[in-house]
Design a protein. Structure first.
Length: 283
C-alpha cells in the first residue's frame, strides 16, 4: 500500500478549487496507471487518494459541500437501483457522477422508441439493447472509478434477497406494484433503507422507507390490480417529472449514505410541476 501511495504522490498536481484554495489533485489517467501497476480497480485507487487528501479532478467541484471524507464514504458505498427506465436511468447516472463506488442495477427490458421521450439512457442508437447493460456501459464511460453490476432480471417475489447482500441503500425505480412490494420486503428483511419514487404526468412522489416500516405495502395493497392500470400509464410520463423525482431520490440516498439529515420518517414529498408546487405529507 505504501508503494501505491508513493506512485500516487509522483502523479499528484495542484489545482485551485472553486473556493480559491490550492489542493492536491489527480486525474483519471493517472489513477488508471496506478491501478494497472498494482492490480486493483480505479475505485480502489480513488478511495486511497481521497483518504490521503488527494482530490480526483472529476470530484473537484463536488466540494466543499461534499468533503473528502464524504466523497470517500460515497466511493466505499454500494447502492442497488431496481429499474433503469425514466427514474432509474437518471438515478444511476447521477450516482455515478457523484462517485458512489458500487451500483447494482436491475431491469429485464430493452429500450424501444417509446422510451426516447424521457429515459436518460435511451438513444436512437441503442434501441433493442438491455437497459441494465446499457446503464453499466454508459456509467463506465462517465466514471471508471464506479463499478456497476448489471442484472437483466425482474424484481418480484421470486427474487432472492442474497442478491442485495452488502447494499447500503436500495432505490425503487420500478413501475409496478408487485415489484415494489417485493423490493420493500427484501429491504426490510435485510435492514436496508429503501428510497421510493413514482411519477404520473407532471406529478411525482418520493419517500424513504425504513426497515421497521411497511409503508409501501400500505400504498400498494394486494387488491388484484390489473396490469397497466396505473397512474403512470393513465396520465403519461413526460420527461420533467421523472428527471426531478430521480434527483430527489438520489439526494435521499446520499443523505442516508452520509448520515446527513435523512428524510423524515412517515412522510413523503409530492411534486406537482404543472402547479410548480412541492408539499410534504405525513402518514
Amino acid at each position: 500500500m505504501n508503494d501505491m501511495m508513493k506512485d500516487i504522490e509522483d502523479l499528484v498536481s495542484e489545482e485551485v478549487n472553486p473556493a480559491g484554495d490550492r489542493v492536491k489533485t489527480i486525474g483519471d489517467r493517472a489513477m488508471a496507471m496506478v491501478a494497472a501497476k498494482h492490480g486493483c480497480t480505479i475505485r480502489d485507487v480513488s478511495v486511497r487518494c481521497l483518504r490521503a487528501g488527494v482530490v480526483p479532478l472529476r470530484y473537484l467541484r463536488n466540494g466543499p459541500v461534499l468533503s473528502l471524507d464524504d466523497q470517500a464514504q460515497l466511493a466505499e458505498s454500494r447502492v442497488a437501483v431496481a429499474g433503469c427506465g425514466g427514474l432509474g436511468g437518471q438515478v444511476v447516472l447521477l450516482l455515478a457522477r457523484l462517485g458512489v463506488g458500487r451500483i447494482l442495477v436491475m431491469d429485464p427490458d430493452v429500450f424501444d422508441e417509446t422510451n426516447l421521450n424521457r429515459q436518460a439512457l435511451c438513444r436512437t442508437d441503442n434501441l433493442g439493447m438491455f437497459k441494465a447493460e446499457e446503464a453499466a456501459r454508459q456509467c463506465a464511460l462517465i466514471n471508471p472509478a464506479v463499478i456497476v453490476e448489471a442484472r437483466v432480471m425482474s424484481v418480484d417475489d421470486r427474487t432472492g434477497p442474497e442478491l442485495f447482500s452488502g447494499v447500503d441503500v436500495m432505490v425503487d425505480a420500478l413501475d409496478n406494484a408487485e415489484g415494489r412490494r417485493a423490493l420493500a420486503g427484501m429491504a426490510r428483511d435485510l435492514g436496508v433503507p429503501l428510497v421510493h419514487g413514482t411519477v404520473a404526468g407532471f406529478e411525482g412522489r418520493v419517500m424513504t422507507v425504513y426497515p421497521d416500516q411497511k409503508t409501501l405495502e400500505v400504498l400498494y395493497p394486494e387488491t388484484g390490480e390489473q396490469p397497466g392500470m396505473n397512474a403512470e400509464n393513465l396520465l403519461g410520463t413526460p420527461a420533467p417529472a421523472p428527471a426531478l423525482v430521480a434527483v430527489f431520490q438520489v439526494m435521499a440516498a446520499v443523505k442516508i449514505l452520509l448520515n446527513r439529515n435523512p428524510m423524515t420518517r412517515n412522510s413523503f414529498f409530492h411534486l406537482d410541476l404543472d402547479h410548480m408546487s412541492l408539499f410534504t405529507f405525513f402518514l
